[in-house]
Ligand binder design. Structure first.
Ligand SMILES: O=C(O)CCC(=O)C(=O)O
Length: 251
């Protein structure tokens, strides 16, 4: 994996950077395998309980699978590595905590798109207090294209703001919406193993999967500070495990 200055420059200027071949074949296979086992477990549980929907999971259509690294030593070992630390250092600095983590899986379905949003917009909706931007690492586990619902980004230079923006809940879209402008954004069509590292203040969206293959991504976010809920009595909003301190991996 190589991160050069133009990539980190793009992060500070435009809010994101793309790192090809971030995962090697072994890491890619590991993540795909863990993801597929989790999908089978969720489907088996839903079948047992005779339900088609469980929170935001919809049987055969979309799955959000959080906090997996905590249960898989091999995944934890893959996350707590120099390359994730390097990405954090180049983007949010020498201190980083895990903010959240999940697999996002979309099967063929027209309702698997996400409207324009900043990840921090969802954090605020979820009860977080205003915070410094954190880093989202979105990793393609399958080749990503328009057809299978890849993400699009709206670079900072074309965005109405580089700061936290007001999001509005849209009942029809069943989503938070942070941008209604005309810019279609830049489609991110990348091969499996690519990392798209972006600021939680970067507007992005994603399409629906119109293919017959699952579209899997792995998402892990790192925050430079532990920020609280806006209701302070609820404590820290982030997942919160220390990742790097003074530039060094904490464990
Ligand atoms: O389609 C995806 O994987 C991206 C979803 C997304 O935008 C998000 O989880 O913030």
């Amino acid at each position: 994996m190589k991160i050069d200055e133009s990539q980190s420059g793009n992060f500070s200027k435009e809010g994101y950077m793309i790192i090809p071949d971030f995962l090697d074949q072994k890491e890619l296979s590991l993540l795909r395998k863990i993801c597929d086992v989790k999908i089978s477990d969720i489907e088996a549980e839903m079948t047992k309980n005779q339900i088609k929907e469980d929170r935001i999971n919809v049987y055969g259509k979309k799955y959000f699978i959080p906090n997996v690294w905590k249960k898989h030593a091999s995944l934890e070992a893959m996350v707590f590595t120099k390359k994730f630390a390097d990405v954090c250092k180049m983007t949010i600095g020498d201190t980083a905590f895990i903010h959240n983590e999940q697999f996002v899986v979309k099967m063929r379905d027209k309702d698997t798109s996400f409207a324009w949003h900043q990840d921090s917009g969802y954090s605020i909706q979820g009860g977080a207090s205003p915070h410094k931007p954190y880093l989202t690492c979105w990793i393609a586990l399958d080749d990503m294209s328009y057809s299978n619902g890849t993400i699009s980004v709206l670079p900072f230079s074309r965005s109405p703001s580089r700061d936290l923006m007001t999001h509005v809940w849209d009942d029809k879209l069943n989503a938070m919406v942070g941008y209604n402008g005309k810019d279609p954004g830049d489609l991110v069509e990348v091969p499996a193993g690519t990392l798209v590292a972006f600021s939680s203040f970067l507007l992005h969206k994603s399409g629906s999967n119109q293919t017959d293959n699952p579209r899997r991504s792995y998402f892990i976010a790192f925050t430079p500070e532990l920020f609280p809920h806006s209701d302070k009595s609820k404590g820290i909003y982030s997942s919160g495990e220390p990742f790097i301190g003074s530039g060094e991996i904490v464990r």
